[in-house]
Design a binder for this molecule. Structure first.
Ligand code: FAD
Length: 489
């Protein structure tokens, strides 16, 4: 929608419009700094949000404020005072870290978010459950990304999702710092001191930031000290993801998506694929978004036969190591599977490029999935307490073809926000932890079918989302080992 010229005559309005449309992480942050300078706005948190609202009161901005105001008015946030005085550090600007930061900001906490990278580069597309679509709409997703879930679309690229959430987080006063890596915790030194982070670069002024809540959303490979991982080893599962350029031509628009063809449901399709191409798959998903995105689980024998994997090896890490993979053969495999499954109707399939400027094709091991044994713990040192929680992939690694990552990630983000709310209300630490673990028990079984149907009522309160949840399933006496005194593990 175009903006009337007189409104863009106002420099702040023009910057805000650029901010809404910005398509790169650094551009978003740059526009936001410019906007604040233009408006002379200091501070952070909801105070900043109110400042922005007062200063930007033209129609397009007002439409967004009305959405965010509605959200912020929910009783769980106590008008932005539920966590006033709580200082949070969130690690990771993936979808779940950003979603968590938004909730903590709405609760009135001070929220600092660290991200070790400075760009959002993942083209891969995430499946959205109905509640996540509803949730993102309520945060104004369409204002930032007009194509968000138009028609029956129920997916979004990871980078677009990050962009939307980053913009909302900034507007709500989250302090976002890129190119800063969290390396660990620095315990309080004196009687009056608090918890700090060890960061890279160590010269970052944020090393002085004292916080009482740490939420890690650093993804599958990053789990902070103190948490233990559990491995679930299933049968061999080799995932391949690939993205092709979407030119949005008529021919491309007409090709139907594949929202999950699993072998058990469509044996004929996979048999034909195998007979005609030698490609043997367990499942395949195709989503049309900024790119044409495919994710499939391939059988090892066919990867060996097609020369993608060079030598059979017993351990999966060596099997999929770069030295044992012929990349050109992998590219052909992925392209052939994409062509066959779309009936050769996507013209001129050309690989989109990844952040290394290489064709965006990857092969991943889903044989061994990990999850954290616990969702939270408390550390105490020199009398100073720190609540630590995990959300997203660093809590439970998702199996991508099932598309559970962001839905369960958001559920966990809400659960963690609820935990922080209880913490800020002065609930005894063991009770907070016991309740959090009681809720965590449910996460891996959640699906759109067994969570509450009334998605418009979802809030951070677990009772609005999970049917018949017992918040006291785990007792305080059972989580004593999650209260760690001192820094020893
Ligand atoms: P992530 O999205 O992984 O975000 C974690 C963030 O933390 C990253 O930005 C990372 O840079 C940052 N970080 C990590 N360590 C630190 C640190 N020490 N300090 C500061 N920052 C740190 N899911 C699907 O369903 N389909 C897919 O095709 C798919 N493709 C994927 C491709 C890749 C390369 C990756 C990594 C994940 C993919 N996923 C996919 C998973 C999906 O992205 C996640 O389920 C979803 O994004 C939620 O993840 P998250 O926010 O918990 O973590």
């Amino acid at each position: 929608m175009s903006v009337p010229a007189n409104e863009l005559g106002n420099p702040a309005h023009a910057i805000f419009e650029r901010f809404l449309r910005a398509g790169e992480c650094r551009e978003v942050l740059g526009c936001f700094v410019e906007l604040r300078q233009q408006l002379g706005l200091q501070g952070s948190g909801l105070q900043l949000y109110h400042g922005l609202k007062a200063a930007l009161n033209y129609w397009n901005a007002k439409a967004l404020w009305s959405k965010l105001d509605k959200k912020a008015g929910h009783k769980d946030y106590d008008q932005g005072t539920a966590c006033a005085g709580t200082k949070c550090l969130v690690v990771g600007a993936g979808p779940c870290g950003l979603r968590e930061a938004i909730e903590l900001a709405l609760l009135g906490a001070r929220v600092v978010l660290l991200e070790k990278r400075d760009s959002f580069s993942r083209n891969n597309v995430l499946h959205l459950w109905p509640f996540t679509i509803h949730d993102l709409r309520a945060l104004g997703a369409k204002k930032f990304y007009g194509r968000f879930c138009t028609g029956t679309l129920d997916h979004i690229s990871i980078r677009q999702l990050q962009l939307i959430l980053l913009k909302v987080a900034l507007l709500l006063g989250v302090e976002v710092h890129i190119n800063v890596r969290f390396e660990g915790l620095a315990p309080p030194t004196g009687k009056a001191g608090g918890w700090h982070a060890v960061l890279q670069p160590s010269s970052s002024p944020l090393t002085h930031y004292e916080f009482d809540v740490l939420i890690s959303a650093g993804g599958g490979k990053f789990v902070p000290e103190g948490f233990k991982r559990k491995e679930t080893r299933g049968k061999l599962a080799i995932g391949i993801t690939t993205n092709f350029i979407n030119r949005h031509s008529r021919a491309e628009v007409e090709v139907a998506e594949i929202s999950g063809v699993a072998r058990i449901y469509n044996q004929k399709f996979f048999q034909n694929l195998y007979n005609k191409t030698g490609i043997d798959l367990e499942n395949i998903v195709y989503y049309k978004d900024d790119t044409h995105y495919f994710v499939m689980t391939a059988k090892k024998q066919s990867l060996l036969k097609k020369g993608v994997i060079l030598q059979d090896k017993a351990d999966i890490e060596s099997l999929l190591s770069p030295e044992n993979v012929n990349r050109d053969a992998l590219l052909s495999y992925a392209k052939e599977a994409a062509n066959f499954s779309t009936n050769y109707c996507l013209p001129e399939l050309e690989f989109a490029l990844n952040h290394r400027d290489l064709p965006d094709v990857d092969m991943f091991d889903f044989t061994c999935m990990t999850r954290s044994e616990n969702a939270a713990l408390v550390r105490e040192h020199n009398g100073s307490r720190l609540l630590m929680g995990l959300v997203g992939d660093c809590l439970v690694e998702p199996f991508w073809p099932l598309g559970t990552g962001v839905a369960r990630g958001f559920l966990a983000a809400f659960d963690a926000a609820w935990m922080v709310r209880r913490w800020a209300a002065g609930t005894p630490p063991l009770e907070v932890l016991a309740e959090r673990e009681s809720i965590y028990q449910h996460l891996s079984q959640t699906s759109p079918d067994n969570t509450n149907k009334n998605i418009s009522q979802y809030s951070i309160d677990p009772a609005t989302r999970y049917s018949n949840i017992n918040l006291q399933a785990i007792k305080a006496s059972q989580v004593k080992d999650l209260y760690l005194v001192g820094m020893a593990e």
